[in-house]
Structures are given as C-alpha cells and as structure tokens.
Design a protein around this ligand. Structure first.
Ligand code: ZN
Length: 495
C-alpha cells in the first residue's frame, strides 16, 4: 500500500473527501475470492479476515474493500481503501476497550469514526456480527521523524554509538542540501506523506512527529492525514550557540503561529515544541520552548537520557559527543558540563503543561521517582531503535512499577526498518517477559494517547474516535484473549 499511495499522488495528493460509510454485505464464495485477489497486492500482510461462525451473520473485510474498490475510480481507489471511517453497529466475540476490562460479547456503535455507544448487553438486532475476533482501538505512535520515511534501511550499523550515528544523519542531510530549497522541501514532503501512509496501513491513528522545518504544507498535509490519522507535530528547535538557537526558535514560532492562525494544515494536525536534545540544544533554548508551551498550552517533546555519551557530555564536558560537535563546527565551550545534567533538564521540562521525555534509556532511579510525581510528563520507549543501538537494558519495569506513564514510538526509519508500531509491541513482549500483555497494549494505545494529550484516541469509549482494528480469536476467557493479542502478527483495520 505504501508504494501504491506514492504512485497515486505522492506530494501532489488531491484533497479529497473519504467516504464515511463502508458497504458491508453478505459474502458469496465468488465475491470473497475476487475480493481477496483485489486486496492482496496493495496491502501488507495482515491477520486472516474474520469469518463468522455458522448461523451468525457473515462479514468479510475483504469483500467490503472489494465492493468499495470497484466503486472508486482506479486513480483514488487505494487511498480511499486505506483510510476507512466506519459507520455501523458491531458485535464481536471480544471488545477490548483498553481503558476498562475486555468485554465478552457486547456491542458498539460507530458513526463516522466516533464511538457513540458501547455496551456489554445483548447486541441489538441490526448489529453487524464480526464473528470470532477481538476489536481494539487504533494504535498510537508517540515518536517519529517522518522525514526519513523514504529510507530503505537504517543509517549506520547496528550497535554503533549514538554520536557517530548523529554525525551520519547530519552528513545525510548535508548531502541532500545541495539541491534547491524547493526540491529539498518537496523530497521531504514526499517522505512524510509516505510515512503517513505506512503508519495508517499499520493501524496507527495518532502520531507524535518531530517536525524538522520545512515540514508539510497545505493540501499535502490535509490529504496525508485525511479522516483517520491525527498528528501532533512538535516543531524542532536546536542550537548551542545563540545565533543558531535564535534561528531555529524563530522558525518554529513562525511556523506554529501561521499554521494555527490559518488552520492551513487541516484539522487533524496540531502542534508542540521540541527542543531537540541536551547535546544539541542550550538550556536557554529549552527554557524558551517551555515558556511558549506554557503560554499557548502546547505539549513539548525532547530526546533525553538517550545514551551514555550524552551523560558523559553533560557531566564532564568531554567524550565522543564533544568530538562530533567539534567536527561539525557546533561546539560551544561554555555549554558543558551542565550542572545537574539530565535531572536539571527534567525539572525545567516539568514546567510545560505536557511533556514527552523521548527514550529515557539511562534514567536513574531518582529521575524515575521524580517523573512519577509529574503526571503531565510521560516517557516514550522506542524498542527497536533501542535494540538497534544496543543500549543497556531498558528500565521499563522500573518505570511502570514507579507509576510513570510510558508510550511507544518507532522513532524513524533512520534507526528502524519500518514504522509498524505493532512490531514494537511484539519486540517488547519478546524481550521483556516481566511486562504483561495488557501493559504493553496500553503503552501502544491508551497511555500513548494520554501522553500526547489526546484523550479521545487509544481507547474504545463513548465519544472517542480511536479507529478500530481486529484480530482473530476464539478465546473463551481473558487469559486466552491476552494470549491471542500477544500472538497477533499485525493489525487488521476494520473498514
Ligand atoms: Zn527521535
């Protein structure tokens, strides 16, 4: 689907309304076979479609896709299918609201993507029976850099040190900077659009994006998010020297103000600030971002406690990060060491109305204890990126035991092979057996949405607009259900 969407428009996507109602029909063997062939090529591998048991009304997702596809002109067919906005009353073997215990049986009604009823009682007569599946809310990816979504594989080598990887990323950008500004902007926009499409296909309905400017503009942004994908775009600022810090801060200011006042990026994109990281951003610039976040009630995201080399720079003012900064001509002698290090940074960030601490790989017990007292702060774990750099074991159990809200992120394709959030879930389940399936599912939905301040995402609840997906299961109790969720290979969007 990724490629299909690019082929059908890329940056030049038309701003087109997506139909809100899908034509569920009783299936026949003939239409099922045709639908499967029609749906097979452009979509990534997904769990088997749900078939109802004998005697129950049968709904086949592929038939719905096929029926929709043949109603659309070929030019827009894949785009329309990729972003369904279901309307209907549904029942299934399990509903998994995430914000409350799973419901066996029960039903929910969705109108143009919004849950308007959720009941544990017997389904009404006009209910569409999805059969032996569990219905779950759309996924939340709390941390991305979509500008790298055109990369076929991560930059650098697995296990490489973060400072060297940062230098590689900077060189990657510089190599592309020889083109004209319009070409650079268009290439970046195409990558972001591709990343949106990849995320949507992977069941993601809410993204926390670090927006390196220039980001998406106008119709491209509106089309990329269409009806179903919501983005919190954190405008990136950085600079150890005042000139560079002023420049990036002003650019972020202008972009946020103009985009908000003109509503030029559509209703599905909202904003925040992102002072990049302690090794690239002065404390003064962090404070300026926090002040603006307070003034306009915007969220803030910052990479923090990501590597041992970062801690060494903050504590001692030397090490590999200093060497990289010197080689890039970005070293500022009076910026390091920083008294208080990561702990001081956390205290300053805590003033913001909402803050995402991205990575937090090397948070100490004291810092975790502090975070547990700050409900406006969340930590974002990027499992496969963490594995790519071969960091020390992630302090996930300590964070959860302390009561810190943890969300999941893919980070970018510069450190991860794809943007499939469910693969992060599978990675955590495979590598951190002490954490329950329920907790990891909350990280991928409910807690991620709360971290981003979007309380109507990441849960099945009346008033929410979570997006829905299903996984096949004939579980007869919660234990079997959690096992089925743990075994799920990929989200199968309901549409
Ligand atoms: Zn990042």
């Amino acid at each position: 689907m990724h490629c299909a969407v690019i082929a059908h428009g890329g940056y030049g996507w038309p701003n087109r309304h997506v139909p809100s109602r899908l034509p569920f029909r009783r299936s026949s063997h003939r239409t099922v076979a045709h639908a499967r062939r029609a749906a097979a090529a452009p979509f990534p591998a997904v769990a088997a479609p749900p078939f109802a048991v004998a005697g129950r009304r049968m709904v086949d997702r592929s038939v719905a896709k096929f029926a929709l596809a043949i109603r659309q002109t070929p030019r827009y067919a894949f785009l329309e299918i990729a972003m369904p906005c279901p309307t209907g009353t549904f029942t299934a073997r399990w509903l998994v609201p995430v914000c409350q215990r799973p419901i066996c049986g029960g039903w929910l009604r969705v109108e143009q993507g919004k849950v308007v009823a959720l009941e544990a009682s017997s389904p009404p007569g006009d209910c569409i029976d999805l059969g032996d599946v569990a219905v779950l809310p759309g996924l939340v990816n709390c941390h991305t850099h979509l500008e790298f979504s055109d990369l076929p594989s991560p930059l650098g080598e697995p296990g490489g040190a973060l400072p060297a990887w940062v230098a590689t990323v900077v060189r990657h950008r510089l190599a592309q900077a020889t083109d004209s500004p319009s070409v650079i902007a268009q290439r970046r926009a195409s990558a972001i659009v591709a990343g949106c499409a990849e995320s949507t296909a992977a069941g993601v309905r809410l993204l926390g994006e670090i927006a390196t400017l220039p980001w998406l503009e106008g119709d491209a942004a509106t089309a990329a998010t269409a009806e179903e994908l919501r983005i919190i775009a954190f405008a990136e600022t950085l600079g150890l020297r005042s000139e560079r810090a002023n420049q990036t801060f002003q650019a972020a200011e202008d972009w946020i103000r103009q985009s908000m006042s003109r509503r030029s990026l559509g209703r599905n994109i909202s904003f925040g600030y992102s002072p990049h990281a302690p090794y690239s951003t002065s404390l003064e610039l962090v404070d300026r971002c926090v002040s603006q976040a307070c003034r306009f009630r915007l969220p803030l995201a910052m990479h923090l406690a990501e590597s041992r080399e970062e801690l060494q720079l903050l504590d001692e003012g030397r090490g590999p990060f200093r060497e990289v900064l010197e080689s890039l001509g970005a070293w500022q002698a009076d910026a390091f060491p920083q008294p208080g290090g990561v702990g001081e940074c956390l205290k300053r960030l805590a003033r913001a109305p909402r803050c995402l601490v991205v990575h937090g790989n090397y948070l100490t017990d004291d810092q975790i204890t502090f975070l547990a007292t700050q409900p406006q702060m969340s930590v974002i774990f990027c499992p496969r990126t963490h594995a790519f750099f071969q960091h020390d074991p992630y302090p996930l159990s300590r964070l959860l035991e302390a009561g810190v809200r943890v969300g999941l992120g893919t980070d970018s394709r510069a450190s991860n092979p794809d943007l499939k959030l469910w693969e992060e879930v599978r990675h955590v389940l495979a590598t951190v057996p002490a954490v329950t399936v329920e907790s990891v599912l909350k990280m991928a939905t409910l807690w991620g949405a709360d971290a981003l301040g979007q309380s109507d995402c990441g849960r099945l609840a009346v008033g929410a607009r979570p997006g829905l997906w299903t996984l096949p299961t004939s579980a007869t109790d919660e234990t079997e259900l959690w096992q089925a969720i743990a075994n799920a290979t990929a989200p199968c969007p309901l549409g």
